[in-house]
Design a protein around this ligand. Structure first.
Ligand code: PLP
Ligand code: TYF
Length: 393
């Protein structure tokens, strides 16, 4: 039977990683996969994670199963980190998941269980895995306009026009902060307008927040998620610990579900059921490290300080790149790079120019011209600026 299997479409970002590895040039620049890198191009284990690992190693006396929803103290700490005081704790149902992707997958499955005929509105563009998981689950997807190719900002009027087409029973997927792949984000007042549309249409929001702390800071980056969660009767939130704790391979994330008006036992029980069907108990090691950090004042302060160093470093790279491009192009048309937030910026170059920059200058960005800003350093910013101007972007 397996001979009937068809080749699956590979992930373009992971393919690019492979191409980069195979490129023999030593001046090549990796702006591909969304992994934080320091100035030496290394993805470090954060100091607080190292300390938490030591603490867990010294004190953990069992590796027995935890619970289907994951450790309660992990759930509490993460709900607090993401939602702050926006909602009382018992208004939020939650389960630990394998990474943010696990949370996204569980959220879509939950939606499909609750409303098999519902549609999922996703930004155009969005993270490719959103689309491929939706397609795999055979959920109807509706793209809403998001990015303005001219300004490289959010095409807000079109976004609102498209979101008004959603209705009760539809799911509207929003990026909580640091939009992947564009780097263009809604302002506070724009979020208020989106909330108004959600309230008017009755559509259910789902927020994917994978980069809290990478944009304008831990609190500011969570502000929109908190505002949405407090303003609507039902919502889903998928959060990842991969980036802000630097624990990519540990697979640590959480799905939160606000379901006012639904029996709490049924809401939480359904989340637990979905975990049980898909992988039973969620991974605990990364979750234990995160909990150890969030519940220890000194570790938490050190984690926040290192995260802030990373954020400021990326912001500085953005500003330097925008400045270097202004000098070389004699225009401020690249100013959007300093306005974008998070790891990514969509440059707005054609696929042909992306290939040209890769072949001629060894610059590896994703085919849609998404650049991982953390892939740069003081030496490679001018190299990239030269390549962009030389390619005629
Ligand atoms: N959502 C978005 C938008 C992402 O960019 C990522 C990135 O990896 C994730 C979710 C999930 O990440 P992970 O499953 O590694 O936690
Ligand atoms: O968008 C990114 O680069 C990150 C990492 O299949 C990633 O979110 C990329 C591809 C993938 C899983 C994660």
């Amino acid at each position: 039977m397996f001979e009937d299997l068809k080749a699956q479409k590979p992930d373009g970002i992971l393919m690019l990683m492979q191409m980069y590895r195979e490129d023999a040039r030593d001046d090549k620049v990796d702006l591909g996969v969304g992994v934080y890198k320091d100035a030496a191009g290394h993805t470090p284990v954060m100091r607080a994670i190292k300390a938490a690992e030591q603490k867990v190693w010294e004190t953990q006396d069992s590796k027995s199963y935890v619970g289907l929803a994951g450790a309660p103290d992990f759930n509490d700490a993460m709900v607090k980190l993401v939602l702050g005081d926006a909602l009382p704790r018992d208004a939020v149902n939650s389960v630990a998941t394998p990474g943010g992707t696990g949370a996204v997958r569980q959220a879509f499955e939950l939606f499909k269980m609750a409303n098999p005929g519902g549609r999922v509105f996703v930004s155009n563009p969005t993270w490719p895995n959103h689309l491929s998981i939706l397609d795999y689950l055979a959920l109807e997807t509706v793209l809403y306009r998001y990015f303005d190719d001219t300004t490289r900002g959010v095409d807000f009027d079109s976004l609102i026009e498209d979101l008004k087409q959603a209705r009760k029973g539809d799911l509207v997927l929003l990026h909580g902060c640091c939009h992947n792949p564009t780097g263009a984000n809604l302002t506070g007042p724009q979020w208020d307008e989106v909330i108004k549309v959600l309230q008017d249409t009755g559509a259910t929001p789902m927020i994917d927040i994978a980069y809290q702390g990478f944009g304008d800071g831990l609190e500011v980056d969570a502000a929109a998620t908190r505002k949405v969660a407090a303003a609507v009767p039902e919502c889903l939130i998928a959060a990842s610990c991969s980036k802000n704790f630097g624990i990519y391979r540990e697979r640590t994330g959480i799905l939160m579900m606000v379901a006012n008006g639904t029996d709490k036992g049924i809401a939480q029980g359904t989340l637990n059921f979905l975990n049980r069907q898909n992988y039973s108990f969620p991974p605990d090691h990364g979750a234990r490290l995160v909990t150890t950090i969030l519940n220890d004042d000194a570790l938490r302060a050190d984690w926040m300080a290192e995260l802030e160093e990373m954020r400021i470093g990326m912001l500085t790279l953005r500003e330097t790149l925008a400045k270097e491009l202004e000098q070389r192009s004699g225009s401020n048309r690249f100013g959007f790079i300093a306005q974008h937030r998070g790891m990514f910026s969509r440059l707005g170059a054609s696929p042909e120019l992306v290939v040209k920059m890769r072949e001629e200058s060894g610059i590896y960005m994703v085919g849609d011209s998404r650049m991982n800003i953390a892939g740069l350093n003081a030496q490679t910013v001018p190299v990239l600026a030269d390549a962009i101007v030389k390619a005629g972007v």
